[in-house]
Design a protein around this ligand. Structure first.
Ligand SMILES: Nc1nc2c(ncn2[C@@H]2O[C@H](COP(=O)(O)OP(=O)(O)O)[C@@H](O)[C@H]2O)c(=O)[nH]1
Ligand SMILES: [Mg+2]
Length: 318
């Protein structure tokens, strides 16, 4: 049995096991989530979320770990959510990340969780926001969301944050890759990591050109800065935090932070509604209603749109 009110109370007090339990419920798309989210709702909306995305090996986990240290120095309680949308199991690809996060394993003010979301019905749009809500209610002031790769799903998750960081590294052919995956559009802050390697300045220049090409900014618009880092030695990390804080301040000034959060909430509600409809539709499959509609469409006595209308009406009135 799951005692949701007790779990939520413990999570609010910052008890790591309760936080982990609640995130597992999200990961498993538990039927208890409805109750969990209702209980959490009043305690959310405080955390500032930062998404990190970029090709595997670019240094996301190393940067995340260095950012955790930087925010801890500033006295912030920090959450880290590593999301793997390509896997139905947490672990695996994230195992190495856990090793890199070891520095923070004994810090009670740092919460680190990985989560897999493959196979969720519309899970991408709601799983990460719900896990963030758990960390938010647990008092995390900053939450870093790291995705494992740079596919479309990863980009979507990273873009769900308040501020999105896109990482590149020299010599990875990243510029072209980034443009293809459409990640230049979602970057609020760009980090060229591995600046200790040859070609970092060339990567910064190339990126600068690409950003300028895609630019159609009005005065006062946000111009994404490019920060050079050596995450492995924590170099440039304070500059990254500074860029993040600037972006946050700019968003707050413009009302953009609230607007982004409203858009995100809208996407989440839509995803839940669509998932609910889909599962009811699923129940109808093999149902006499669909069968008889299909017969009439196949026989040409009913058009497919009218048949779909009938089906949708049946589902929404069920
Ligand atoms: N030379 C160099 N190596 C780095 C730097 N940052 C990370 N790495 C190394 O790059 C590899 C991949 O880093 P990781 O953080 O796991 O990348 P992720 O896959 O994007 O999370 C690891 O071996 C890191 O030690 C850096 O600034 N310079
Ligand atoms: Mg990683």
């Amino acid at each position: 049995m799951i005692d949701v009110p007790t779990l939520v109370e413990q999570a609010r007090q910052g008890r790591p096991r309760a936080v982990a339990r609640l995130i597992s419920l999200v990961e498993n798309a538990s039927p208890h989530l409805r109750e969990v989210m209702a209980a959490l709702a009043p305690y959310t909306g405080r955390a500032y979320t930062v998404g990190l995305t970029g090709s595997p090996g670019v240094g996301k986990s190393t940067s995340t770990s260095a950012l955790v240290t930087a925010y801890r120095k500033r006295g912030k309680r920090v959450g880290v959510l590593a999301v793997d949308p390509s896997s139905p199991f947490s672990g695996g690809a994230l195992l190495g990340d856990r090793v890199r996060m070891q520095d923070h394993a004994t810090d009670p003010e740092v919460y680190i969780r990985s989560m897999a979301t493959r196979g969720h019905l519309g899970g991408l749009s709601w799983a990460a926001p719900q896990a963030l809500r758990v960390l938010d209610a647990a008092g995390c002031e900053v939450i870093l969301v790291e995705t494992v790769g740079v596919g479309q799903s990863e980009v979507e998750i990273a873009a769900q944050a308040d501020t999105t960081v896109v990482l590149l590294a020299p010599g990875m052919g990243d510029g072209i890759q980034a443009a293809k995956a459409g990640i230049l559009e979602i970057g609020d802050v760009f980090v060229v990591n591995k600046a200790d390697r040859d070609g970092a300045d060339a990567t910064v220049r190339e990126l600068g050109h690409m950003l300028a090409l895609g630019e159609s900014r009005k005065p006062g618009d946000w111009r994404p800065p490019i920060v050079k880092t050596v995450a492995a030695r924590s170099e440039g990390v304070d500059e990254t935090v500074e860029a993040l804080e600037k972006h946050r301040a700019w968003m707050e000034e413009r009302g953009e932070l609230a607007a982004r959060r409203r858009r995100r909430a809208g996407d989440e509600v839509e995803a839940i509604a669509v998932a609910a409809l889909r599962s009811r539709m699923g129940d109808l499959h093999g149902d006499r209603r669909l069968e008889s509609l299909a017969e009439r469409v196949a026989a040409g006595t009913l058009d497919p749109y009218a048949a779909a209308d009938e089906l949708v009406d049946g589902v929404t009135q069920a």
